[in-house]
Design a protein around this ligand. Structure first.
Ligand code: AGP
Length: 613
């Protein structure tokens, strides 16, 4: 969704820092961008359709006035196409107030009609501009800016993170959140706001995460926060330990390429400090779980979206297979509206890289209302999800900037494996000896992962990508714990190369998808383990018999020998094979998208964190 940055400084100029922040946030939404500055000559606004560099070119041609206060925005369009007029910031009728917004004002049409009746003129097609006029109207009625914002937001239905800049005698900056995240950074040069801590780190690591309903009034030396009731509240000042270099591309061509190649380190960072070989167990210290609590878990319900949902499907195989606890995996967007039930003893686990996905948050809250205990597997320590659940497990993947999730997915699957071990040990289904074996297998996985990231493997996948980049479409097939990896491989290819790709359970092929097989439909088949291997070999034979090209990925040599293209994956336990098998699929998607000239880190129509429905 959209990126928001802003500041009220006690010294220096605000523009450069805001542009730097928008550059970091551009992965959140990138169809237009803009800034508003409150200087001695009042409000100045510059905004452009297109990527951030369009705004930078505009500012180079028409320099902005000096200012110590400003707000900025990168947009992922919800209402109205990506045009200059629809870009944020939006002004009110007085021209002294500017607003940027992330979210959706659901009742904007009725508010817009009411305001138009009162003489307000709108320049854009957006819902956000209505909010600017609403606040402007309330301000005209009297009181302070923060009071006007509070009154206006009471009329709004929907989700928002907003920043409001007023160019009065002294500039004023007020922000508010209901849904999409917003945080405040206390720096030496003033007070900053951002929709993501990554935008604040260049200025400060001391951050306050606003809660839903909060209204924050910035000053050059701090912030005053009121909660939804209007009462003054103290929000905890937290120290952010992310390294801003983690969010840079380094020497790689794309964030996604870097993040693929970080995965051996991510495995180590996420798992190794939690493995207890001596007792054949796993420690999730931050979760606060006791053996007693975990032994009372009779059912697990996983809610997630997209790639995180695929990680949930892998988790189901692992937890049911190793800990013998029934697991249901739900699309969060379906669960939240399905009028579901939660039996006593249910542990609801949300899986989310960002911890801000609107559907997943809503599903989690519903599960809590239905009596489930709640937990999340999440990559962002300060996210809404982590702050709302009863227990959390962090995937230490570091900031994931590429819109197509890679290292966060692998970290989620690693955590799922460890959770299966922990649950199995707490419930006495896995004994210490088996636990030691499972823990050791994970610790020994790194060399195999590193081999998959080698230059030799990259060259091999580049050659295969060259031969298949122009086919009509792809069918990704897998069985058992690798069926979700087939789904994930298809999603990766779809979202960054825009090619048609479908993931299927290999056993389902004969029930329809086999009709798609032809010379121009490439099948990517993930080989199996044990008895499954033989079944997958049959699938490959059936495809080849119909002239369909096959790319086989896995450790089963007999399957690899049957295929047109073979990508060998180091042998591992069946439970860990998804972590290895997904790597070549990520690389295949990356190379094909690169050869097709796609914008890999910012694919069209997508955003990194879907904070609205
Ligand atoms: C993954 O490549 C996609 N970008 C998308 O499906 C993503 O996994 C989904 O939106 C969930 O996001 P989350 O993990 O931040 O909740």
């Amino acid at each position: 969704m959209c990126g928001i940055v802003g500041a009220l400084l006690n010294r220096g100029q605000v523009l450069a820092g805001m542009i730097e922040g928008l550059r970091v946030l551009e992965y959140r939404g990138y169809d237009s961008s803009g800034v508003a500055l409150a200087g001695s000559d009042g409000l100045a606004i510059a905004k452009c359709a297109g990527r951030l560099e369009a705004l930078e070119c505009h500012l180079e041609a028409s320099p902005a006035p000096p200012a110590r206060a400003g707000i900025g925005h990168t947009r992922w369009a919800t209402h109205g196409p990506a045009t200059d007029r629809n870009a944020h910031p939006h002004k009110d009728g007085t021209g002294r107030l500017a607003l940027v917004h992330n979210g959706i004002i659901e009742n904007y049409l009725e508010l817009r009609a009411e305001l138009a009746e009162q003489g307000h003129e709108f320049l854009s097609e957006t819902d956000s501009e209505v909010c600017a006029h609403l606040i402007g109207r309330e301000l005209e009625l009297g009181g302070t800016l923060v009071e006007a914002v509070a009154r206006a937001l009471k009329l709004v239905r929907g989700y928002y993170a907003i920043a409001v800049l007023y160019a009065g005698d002294e500039p004023e900056l007020v922000c508010a959140r209901q849904g999409p995240p917003l945080c405040v950074g206390l720096a030496r040069d003033g007070t900053w706001i951002g929709s993501d801590v990554l935008a604040l780190i260049p200025h400060t690591r001391d951050v306050i995460y606003l809660e839903d309903g909060d209204l924050a009034e910035l000053s050059t030396s701090g912030v005053v926060v009121r909660d939804a009731t209007g009462a003054l509240v103290e929000r905890e000042l937290q120290r952010v330990d992310w390294d801003v270099n983690d969010a840079s591309k380094g020497s790689y061509a794309h964030h996604m390429q870097k993040e693929i190649h970080e995965q051996a380190d991510v495995l180590a960072r996420t798992a190794f400090h939690r493995l207890d070989e001596e007792h054949g167990d796993v420690r999730f210290d931050e979760s606060g779980w006791s053996d007693a609590e975990l032994s009372g878990v009779s059912r697990i319900k996983i809610v997630a979206c997209g790639t995180a949902w695929h990680a949930g499907l892998v988790a189901r195989y692992m937890i049911e297979g190793l800990a013998r606890i029934p697991v249901e995996v739900e699309y969060a967007s379906e669960f939240r509206y399905r009028q579901p039930l939660c039996e006593p003893g249910t542990l609801a686990v949300a899986i989310s890289q960002s911890g801000e996905t609107a559907d997943t948050l809503a599903a989690l809250r519903l599960a809590a209302d239905l009596g489930a205990r709640t937990a999340c597997i999440c990559n962002v320590a300060g996210s809404t999800m982590v702050r709302e659940v009863q227990s959390h497990i962090l995937t230490q993947a570091g900031p994931e900037i590429g819109v197509a999730s890679t290292k966060a997915f692998v970290a989620q699957v690693v955590v799922a494996y460890m959770l299966a071990v922990r649950l199995g040990r707490a419930q006495g289904v896995i004994d210490a000896e088996q636990g030691r074996r499972l823990v050791r297998d994970l610790r020994l996985l790194r060399p195999g992962l590193e081999r998959l990231l080698s230059d030799e493997m990259v060259q091999k996948i580049q050659a295969i990508s060259q031969r298949h980049k122009g086919v009509k479409g792809f069918l990704f097939l897998g069985r058992g714990v690798n069926f979700p990896i087939a789904l994930e491989g298809a999603l990766k290819l779809k979202e960054i190369s825009y090619m048609h790709a479908e993931g299927y359970a290999a056993g389902e092929m004969k029930h329809g998808p086999i009709a798609m097989i032809e010379a121009w439909m490439t099948s990517v088949v993930i080989t199996g383990h044990g008895a499954m291997a033989e079944k997958v070999r049959s699938n490959i034979e059936q495809i080849r018999a119909r002239g369909g090209p096959v790319i086989a990925v896995g450790a089963d040599q007999a399957s690899l020998n049957l295929a047109d293209e073979a990508i060998e994956v180091p042998a591992s336990s069946v439970w860990l094979s998804p972590i290895l098998n997904v790597i070549p699929l990520q690389m295949l998607s990356y190379e094909i998208a690169r050869m097709r000239g796609c914008d890999i880190d910012k694919p069209r129509n997508l955003a990194k964190s879907v904070t609205v429905e």
